[in-house]
Ligand binder design. Structure first.
Ligand code: AHG
Ligand code: MN
Ligand code: MN
Length: 341
C-alpha cells in the first residue's frame, strides 16, 4: 500500500521550515484548506442547488458578483475569523480591508489577501474556477493593524497558494521552500500530496492570452503573438494557444506543462486587468518558487510597490525562457517607438 500524506500532516511535518511562529501559520493554512473543501462541495453541486448565476450586486471594480463569488468570500472570511490567526483580510469582493477584532484574534500575526473565486465567467458553464491567497506577517507588534501593513511588496509573502476546482480539485501552496500540490480525495475528504516539489519547465510551447483583445494590445505584445504563430522547427513553433479564462487554471496548466500566461495592458485596461495583491503576487511567488518567472514586462511582479488594495498590473508569468522572450519583444517595440536623439 502506498503511503498517503494529507495536507494537514504535510503542513505539520514542514513547519520546522517556517521562519516565524510555527504553529500559527500551520493553523492558518489548515483553516484555508477546510474552507476550500466547503467551497469545493458547493462548486461540485452547482446546478443542483440555487447557487449559479448573478448575485445582483457589484464589487468595487464595478464587476457583477456571482452567487458563488459571494458564497466563497463568506466561507474563507468565516474560516479565517474563527481560526484566530489572521488579523485582517483583503478580498476582491470588499472595497476595504476586513479587520478581525475578536477575542481569539487579539494576538493574530497574519494578514491574508484573497481572490475567493477566480474565473467568475466560467462558473455557470462547468469550467474550472479557483481560489488564490497570499499570506503576510503584520509588521507592528500590537494595536490595530494599519492599511500600510497590508500593502507589503510580494517579496514579503510568507505563504501563498491556490485551489483549482477542476476535473479534480487541487490545492497548491508554497511557504518559500518549493511548491507542493495536493489533490482532494473525495472518498476520505482530504487533500493528499500528489505533486511533491513542483517545478515548471524552463521553456514551453503554450501561450495563454485573450487574443480577442489583440487590437487593444501594445505593439510588443502583438509582435510576440505573431512570433508564437510563425513556423520554426528549431523552437517548436507555431506554439499552442490555450486560454481557459480562469487565471488560476491557466497558470496551473502552464506550471505543469510549461508555458506563458499573458495579461498585458490594453487600451481599455491601461493599468492591466489583473489585481496585484490577490491574483498576481501569490501566483508570482508560487511560480518563482517552482523555478519560473513573473514580470510586468520590465520588472519583477514581486517587487511592485503596492499603493492600494485593488491595484492592477500587467502580468507575464510562467516558464522563465518564455517570459524573458516576451520582455525582449516589449523592450524592442519600446526602443523602436522612441524618438531618435
Ligand atoms: P475574477 O473572476 O476573480 O474576477 O478573475 C477573472 C480574471 C482571471 O481569472 C482571468 O484570467 C481573467 O479575468 C479573464 O479575463 P478576460 O475575460 O478579459 O480574458
Ligand atoms: Mn480573479
Ligand atoms: Mn474573483
Amino acid at each position: 500500500m502506498t503511503k498517503v500524506t494529507t495536507l494537514g500532516q504535510f503542513i505539520i511535518e514542514k513547519q520546522a521550515d517556517f521562519p516565524y511562529a510555527k504553529g500559527e501559520l500551520s493553523r492558518l493554512l489548515r483553516d484555508i484548506g477546510i474552507a476550500a473543501k466547503i467551497v469545493n462541495r458547493e462548486v461540485n453541486k452547482a446546478g443542483l442547488v440555487d447557487i449559479l448565476g448573478d448575485n445582483g450586486t457589484t464589487n468595487i471594480q464595478g464587476e457583477g458578483q456571482k452567487k458563488l463569488d459571494v458564497y466563497a468570500d463568506g466561507q474563507f472570511i468565516s474560516a479565517l475569523r474563527s481560526g484566530g490567526e489572521c488579523c485582517v483580510v483583503a478580498s476582491e469582493e470588499h472595497d476595504d480591508c476586513i479587520f478581525i477584532e475578536s477575542e481569539i484574534s487579539r494576538d493574530a500575526k497574519y494578514i491574508v489577501c484573497i481572490d475567493p473565486l477566480d474565473g467568475s465567467s466560467n462558473i455557470d458553464v462547468n469550467v474550472s474556477v479557483g481560489t488564490i491567497f497570499s499570506v503576510y506577517r503584520r509588521t507592528s507588534k500590537e494595536g490595530r493593524v494599519q492599511l500600510g501593513e497590508v500593502l507589503q511588496k510580494g517579496t514579503q509573502q510568507v505563504a501563498a497558494g491556490y485551489v483549482v476546482y477542476g476535473s479534480s480539485t487541487m490545492l497548491v501552496y508554497t511557504t518559500g521552500k518549493g511548491v507542493n500540490g495536493f489533490t482532494l480525495d473525495p472518498s476520505i475528504g482530504e487533500f493528499c500530496l500528489s505533486h511533491p516539489n513542483m517545478e515548471i519547465p524552463q521553456n514551453g510551447t503554450i501561450y495563454s492570452i485573450n487574443e480577442g483583445n489583440y487590437i487593444k494590445f501594445p505593439q510588443g505584445l502583438k509582435d510576440y503573438i505573431k512570433y508564437c504563430q510563425v513556423e520554426d522547427q528549431a523552437t517548436s513553433r507555431p506554439f499552442t494557444s490555450r486560454y481557459i479564462g480562469s487565471m488560476v487554471a491557466d497558470v496551473h496548466r502552464n506550471l505543469i506543462k510549461g508555458g506563458v500566461f499573458l495579461y498585458p495592458t490594453t487600451s481599455s485596461h491601461p493599468q492591466g486587468k489583473l489585481r496585484l495583491m490577490y491574483e498576481c503576487n501569490p501566483l508570482a511567488f508560487i511560480i518563482e518558487q517552482a523555478g519560473g518567472k513573473a514580470s510586468n514586462g520590465s520588472s519583477r511582479i514581486l517587487e511592485t510597490p503596492p499603493e492600494h488594495l485593488h491595484q492592477r498590473t500587467p502580468i507575464f508569468i510562467g516558464s522563465t525562457q518564455m517570459v524573458e522572450k516576451v520582455e525582449e519583444f516589449i523592450r524592442l517595440a519600446e526602443t523602436e517607438t522612441q524618438p531618435v536623439g
